[in-house]
Write a protein that binds this ligand. Sequence first.
Ligand SMILES: NC(=O)c1ccc[n+]([C@@H]2O[C@H](COP(=O)([O-])OP(=O)(O)OC[C@H]3O[C@@H](n4cnc5c(N)ncnc54)[C@H](OP(=O)(O)O)[C@@H]3O)[C@@H](O)[C@H]2O)c1
Length: 306
Amino acid sequence: MTGLDVKALPAELAQGQLLVLGGGYTGQHLAASVRRLGGSVRVSRRQPEPSSDDLTFDSRSGLLPPPAALAGTTHLLVTIPPDPEGHDPVLQSLGEQLQQLPLRWVGYLSSTGVYGDRQGGWVTETSAVGPPLQRRSAARLACEQAWQASGLPLQIFRLPGIYGPGRNPLLSLRRGEARLIHKAGQVFGRIHRDDIVGALLHCLALPPNQRPPLLNLVDQQPAPSSELLGFAAHLLQCPLPPCQNFEAIAPQLSPMALSFWQENRRVSNQLLTEGLGYRLLYPSYREGLRACLSVEEQLPGWGNQG
Ligand SMILES: NC(=O)c1ccc[n+]([C@@H]2O[C@H](COP(=O)([O-])OP(=O)(O)OC[C@H]3O[C@@H](n4cnc5c(N)ncnc54)[C@H](OP(=O)(O)O)[C@@H]3O)[C@@H](O)[C@H]2O)c1
C-alpha cells in the first residue's frame, strides 16, 4: 500500500464540515491543509485574531462558540489538552452539544506519555498504560477514557514530541538557547506536524470500520535529543553548545522538562505504517529537520538571526 495522496481530500471530508477545537500549532496546520485541498473548516482559539473568522472557545473563562456555529459539524478534531484540574475542556464545556451534532468522526490528540516509563523498551497500542504515570499523563489518560465513554465515533491519536517549522532545534540553536544534554541510554520519540496531518487524512480516507480506535503517530527513529541537536548544527554549519551531563544539570531543569527526562520509551509505529499503509513523509529527524530548514530559510529575517 502507498501513503496518502495529500493532493486529494478524503471523499468523506470533502462532503463534510470539519471543526478543529484548538487552532494551535497542529490544529492550524490541519485546518490550512484541508482548506488548501478545498475542504470546509472552522477553528477555535481562545483569543482569535479580530481579522479572522475563527470561533472563540475558552473553557476557563466560559467563552463558548454559539451553537449555530457548530451546527452541521460532521468531523471534529480536538487538540486541546487537559485543563489544570485534569479535566477535558471540550467535554466539560461542549459535551452535551457534541451529542446533538451529526458527527461521523472525532479525532482526539493525546500523548504517548500515557505509556509511562519503559526504561527504553518498546510499546505498541496494545501495551498496558502506566502506572506509575506522571500527573499530567494520568490526567491525559482520564481524558482519553472520558472521550471513550462519550459514545462518539472516536479515534485517539497518541503523540510524542511534535516538531516542524517554527518548533525545532534549528531555531533554538540559532537563538543561542539550545542545550546539549547527555543522559546515557535516553531516547525520545517525535513526529513532524506534516505527518500528523498526513496520518489523520490517511485515516479519514479509510472506511470507518478500518480506522483503529487507538493509533500511535510517531516516526521511525527514537533518538537522543543530543543526536538531533548535532544534526541541526551540521545543517546550520554552526558550533554546538558544550555537552552537559543530565545528572549535573537536573536540579536546574523545570519540573516539566525534568518529567520528560524521567521517562524513556520507544513507541512503535507499526500499526500506522504496516497495518494502515501510511508512508511517513519524514521517517526520521534527518528528513524532518532538512524540510524545516528549507521552509525556515525562506522566511524574512532568516539571514539576520544567529
Ligand atoms: N507539543 C508536543 O510536543 C505534544 C506532544 C504530545 C502531545 N501533545 C498534545 O497534542 C495536542 C496538540 O499539540 P499542539 O502542540 O498543537 O498544541 P498547542 O499548539 O498548544 O494548541 C493547543 C490548542 O488548545 C487551545 N486551548 C488550550 N487550552 C484551552 C482551553 N482551556 N479552552 C479552549 N481552548 C484551549 C489553544 O488555544 P489558543 O490557540 O488560543 O492558544 C490552542 O489552540 C495537545 O493536546 C498537546 O498537549 C503535544
